[in-house]
Structure formats: structure tokens, C-alpha cells
Design a protein around this ligand. Structure first.
Ligand SMILES: NC(=O)c1ccc[n+]([C@@H]2O[C@H](COP(=O)([O-])OP(=O)(O)OC[C@H]3O[C@@H](n4cnc5c(N)ncnc54)[C@H](OP(=O)(O)O)[C@@H]3O)[C@@H](O)[C@H]2O)c1
Length: 276
């Protein structure tokens, strides 16, 4: 092996994000905050966005210890907010090499009580806003893209877009549908954007601790663990690992995939001894 090969294969170089620029929607808490930290720790400069100014401020204070980071209060479902966000990204970062569509919402209710506005809210946040923001971010992503180092779009899907979730006992019709559609939108975008040297992949997480999973962790953590072949929930570094792979030189040839990070939960039949 040549000295050059040895350098190229070493993880410090292969997974480095030095010089990269990233936008993480929903970066003020949960998985978004974890991913933003991971990006910063591996050398990227990062903008985070979420609706609450207070949450953005708190997250920024935490993230700034790890590298160069900015935040902008943004509702991704609002067209003017998205436009302002992309102008902000351009002014702070110059271009954009990594877009992480992570902002997400959920709504659980029995079928007969499931309101239209709940369904629309979830679809708007998890699917329609991803389509619109991505479409409008393409010029910035293309500006940073190289044939051998494409820009990356990483959509945060869910294992619930692969299987029908029941562990939480409350149906989440819109959530599962939105994530399944997001997985397929990922494939459509991947085909369309490849000629512009932009790759598009989705991560389908299983259960990770966050505000979104507070309730289900409090009530059904044991069932979640029993349902997972590895008998545990995910750890923050396991999300950072997959994002770093997809965003770095290591993941440059991975395109149009949906990668479950769920300990095998979505492919197991699961044991469901509970009755209620
Ligand atoms: N945690 C899990 O186990 C798990 C599993 C599978 C998939 N996921 C996915 O991971 C992503 C992050 O979820 P999480 O678990 O980390 O939940 P979380 O802690 O509730 O984070 C959601 C983030 O999205 C932001 N957000 C919500 N609506 C928004 C909007 N309209 N515009 C801009 N930002 C918005 C929230 O901030 P504001 O309130 O300030 O807007 C927050 O920063 C979601 O797409 C979720 O579906 C999570």
C-alpha cells in the first residue's frame, strides 16, 4: 500500500468534515442538536434553525464550544422563513455542502379522533417543507458541489416509515405516511440531483431519547427495548456516526439510500406480549 493510500484510508481523513458547511433544520434539540455537535466536532461550520428563538439561543450557546455555528429562528413550513434562512446561510457560510432536513412533528390519536389539521401539520412539516426547502437550497448546494466531493442532502426519516409502529399504543397515521413518503422523495431527489453532483440519502432512526420520544420512553421504554433485537435504544454517537459517514468522503458514492439505524427493530417481527 502506498503512503498516499494509507493517508486516504485513515478514518481521520476519510471521515473529516473540515471545510464543509452545513444547515441542520430542527437543530435546537434532540437528534438535530446531536447532529450539529457531531458536524462541528468533525470540522464543519454549521447553521441551525428551529421555530423558537429561545431554543435556538440555548442550543447556540452549547454548540459554540465545539466550533463555528450560527442560528436563525425559522418555521420551515413558512415560505418567507425558508427564503430568509437560505439568505442567512449564504451570508454566513458562502455556500452549502450539507443540508440536513431534520425538523419534524408527530401527532397521535385514535382514527375516529384524528383531526385533519393534525394530519396536515405533520405532512407539512415532515414532507412538504422538506421538498420546498430542498428545491430552494439546490443553487447553494450546487455552488459547493464537486464531481469527486458532491454536496449532500440527508433527510431524517424514521423506522416508522418502514414498518407500522404500535409500541406507543396510539396510532400516528400522518407520521408514518410522511416518513414513508420522505424515504421515496429521497430516491426521486437522488436521481434528479446526481447530475448536479448532489447526493441524497435518508436515515431512518429507531428510538433515540428526545422531546418527541419523552412520553413513549416514560411509559413504554421496556417494550421498546424488548421490541429491538439489540434490546436497547440508540445512543447519540450512533446518529453522529451515520451522519459523518454520509457527509464525508467515506459516503461520497452512497446515493438514494434509506439507512435504518434502529438496532434491527424495523426488520424484526418483534415480541408484543402486551394486550392493551
Ligand atoms: N427521537 C427519535 O427516536 C426519532 C426516531 C425516528 C425519527 N426521528 C426524527 O428525528 C427528527 C428530530 O426529532 P427529535 O426526536 O430530535 O425531536 P425533537 O427533540 O422534538 O426535535 C424536533 C426539532 O424540530 C424543530 N421543529 C419542529 N417543527 C418545526 C418547524 N415547523 N420549523 C422548524 N423547526 C421545527 C423543533 O424546534 P422548535 O420547537 O423550536 O421548532 C426541534 O428542534 C424528526 O424528523 C423525527 O421525526 C426521531
Amino acid at each position: 500500500m502506498s503512503k498516499q493510500d494509507a493517508e486516504n484510508y485513515a478514518t481521520a481523513s476519510l471521515f473529516s468534515l473540515k471545510g464543509k458547511t452545513a444547515l441542520v433544520t430542527g437543530g435546537s434539540s434532540g437528534l438535530g442538536l446531536i447532529m450539529a455537535k457531531g458536524l462541528l466536532c468533525n470540522g464543519a461550520r454549521v447553521v441551525i434553525a428551529s421555530r423558537s428563538q429561545e431554543k435556538c439561543d440555548m442550543a447556540l450557546a452549547e454548540l459554540s464550544e465545539f466550533g463555528e455555528c450560527w442560528s436563525l429562528a425559522t418555521d420551515v413550513t413558512v415560505s418567507q422563513d425558508r427564503k430568509r434562512l437560505l439568505q442567512f446561510v449564504e451570508s454566513k457560510l458562502g455556500g452549502l455542502s450539507i443540508l440536513i432536513n431534520n425538523a419534524g412533528a408527530n401527532w397521535g390519536a385514535k382514527l375516529e379522533d384524528y383531526p385533519d389539521e393534525g394530519f396536515e401539520k405533520v405532512i407539512n412539516t415532515n414532507l412538504s417543507a422538506v421538498f420546498s426547502l430542498t428545491r430552494d437550497a439546490v443553487p447553494l448546494l450546487a455552488k459547493s458541489a464537486l464531481k469527486d466531493d458532491p454536496s449532500r442532502i440527508i433527510n431524517i426519516g424514521s423506522m416508522d416509515g418502514i414498518h407500522v409502529p404500535i409500541v406507543q399504543r396510539i396510532p400516528t397515521f400522518a407520521y408514518s405516511a410522511s416518513k414513508a413518503a420522505l424515504h421515496h422523495l429521497t430516491r426521486s431527489f437522488a436521481v434528479d440531483l446526481a447530475p448536479r453532483h448532489i447526493t441524497v440519502n435518508a436515515i431512518a432512526p429507531g428510538f433515540f431519547e428526545s422531546k418527541m420520544t419523552d412520553y413513549v420512553f416514560e411509559h413504554y421504554k421496556q417494550d421498546i427495548e424488548d421490541d429491538c433485537p439489540l434490546h436497547r435504544v440508540g445512543k447519540p454517537e450512533e446518529i453522529v456516526g451515520i451522519v459523518t459517514y454520509l457527509a464525508s468522503r467515506a459516503g461520497a458514492y452512497t446515493n438514494g439510500t434509506v439507512i435504518p439505524v434502529d438496532g434491527g427493530t424495523s426488520i424484526s417481527k418483534g415480541k408484543r406480549p402486551w394486550t392493551e
